[in-house]
Design a binder for this molecule. Structure first.
Ligand SMILES: Nc1ncnc2c1ncn2[C@@H]1O[C@H](COP(=O)(O)OP(=O)(O)OP(=O)(O)O)[C@@H](O)[C@H]1O
Ligand SMILES: [Mg+2]
Length: 310
């Protein structure tokens, strides 16, 4: 693993209040990394420290080995930040905005022009390059906000709740955009309150609460760890006693009981479907219905966010 973001025992206090409490984290280069957590958990605070807008009270954070406090200028040149509020100017055209942001980062004009084409193509905004930013639709404004953060070709793109207010179609288009940026080699750090977005988009994610990271891992790992999944099988003729003991002996299976609906199997992690179906077949049972349920990311979130969030 090659870490691009390294956070070590990072804290941020506002007076007596601890907004970040000794947070440590590594984000691998090239990944899409999600940050979830209830309102006030500390996500934006962490983003502000990583993007040099706020100094940590204790601890360190490095991006590509550069310290966000002592190497601020270099850090700013390798990250792009998409804040929740649009950062562009409504009165300028799309191209003029990109020129402005490119110049802020010291990118030569000729480079900005080349890069603008590429970025606008990637974000499906090329048609709007001469339109005033203020006249764009909400979804287009979100994409322009991202374009402005990409003009200097950052190694890391940080997005704070970019999909707020987007319709489901625009949101999916935004995921495609983020994946396209990621395929260019850019590491993505994104906060979201949408579980589906975190689940489908992120390679890894964390859930914060009250300034601390509660869980971190791949979405599937977190779901699997959150509790047992259940599968219900009915079959004909339904001599479940015959299959029960064999199913119970499978490693992933934690319990197996006979209910009115057939055989109810609880398990952790991946279910050995194939082995179970084989057991039924060998016992002369013909399966006619299979139903299953497993913990969702929302279950993980609610658990991690604590009882008071229920
Ligand atoms: N400048 C500040 N002064 C005092 N308290 C602050 C300041 N900035 C943030 N906080 C507090 O720090 C805590 C974390 O805020 P933060 O904005 O990081 O939360 P968040 O996880 O981004 O929440 P949301 O999901 O609502 O955006 C909150 O209790 C907030 O009130
Ligand atoms: Mg926030």
């Amino acid at each position: 693993m090659e870490p691009i973001i390294e956070i070590r025992s990072l804290s941020k206090n506002y007076g007596d209040f601890s907004a970040l409490n000794s947070v440590s984290l590594c984000v691998e280069k090239g990944t899409i990394f999600g940050m979830l957590g209830p309102n006030g958990a500390g996500k934006s605070t962490l983003i502000k420290v990583l993007s040099c807008q706020s100094r940590p009270s204790a601890g360190h954070a490095y991006i590509s080995g550069l310290d966000v406090v002592s190497d601020k200028k270099e850090v700013l040149s390798i990250i792009g930040v998409v804040p929740q509020e649009n950062s562009f100017y409504d009165e300028l055209t799309v191209n003029e905005n990109l020129l402005y942001f490119g110049s802020l980062y010291g990118v030569p004009v000729i480079e900005i022009k080349k890069r603008s084409h590429k970025v606008l193509d990637m974000l499906h905004l090329a048609e709007k390059s001469e339109s005033k930013a203020g006249t764009l639709s909400g979804g287009m404004k979100t994409r322009l906000n991202i374009a402005c953060a990409l003009i200097h070709k950052p190694d890391v793109l940080i997005l704070d709740e970019p999909s707020v207010g987007l319709d489901p179609v625009s949101r999916k288009a935004l995921w495609d955009t983020i994946r396209a940026v990621n395929r260019e080699g850019t590491t993505i750090l994104i906060t979201t309150h949408y579980m589906e977005e975190a689940d489908l988009l992120c390679d890894r994610l964390l859930i914060m609460n009250r300034g601390k990271i509660v869980v971190e891992g791949k979405p599937d790992e977190l779901k699997n760890a959150a509790g047992e999944a259940v599968i219900q099988i009915t079959s004909i003729p339904g001599n479940y006693q015959l299959v029960k003991s064999k199913v119970e002996s499978l490693e992933a299976v934690s319990s197996c009981g006979i209910t009115e609906k057939g055989l109810k199997i609880t398990f952790k992690g991946e279910l050995p479907h194939h082995a179970i179906f084989e057991i039924f077949k060998t016992a002369g049972e013909v399966i006619n219905n299979v139903g299953s349920s497993r913990p969702s990311l929302e279950d993980v979130f609610i658990h991690a966010a604590g009882e008071e969030w229920r």
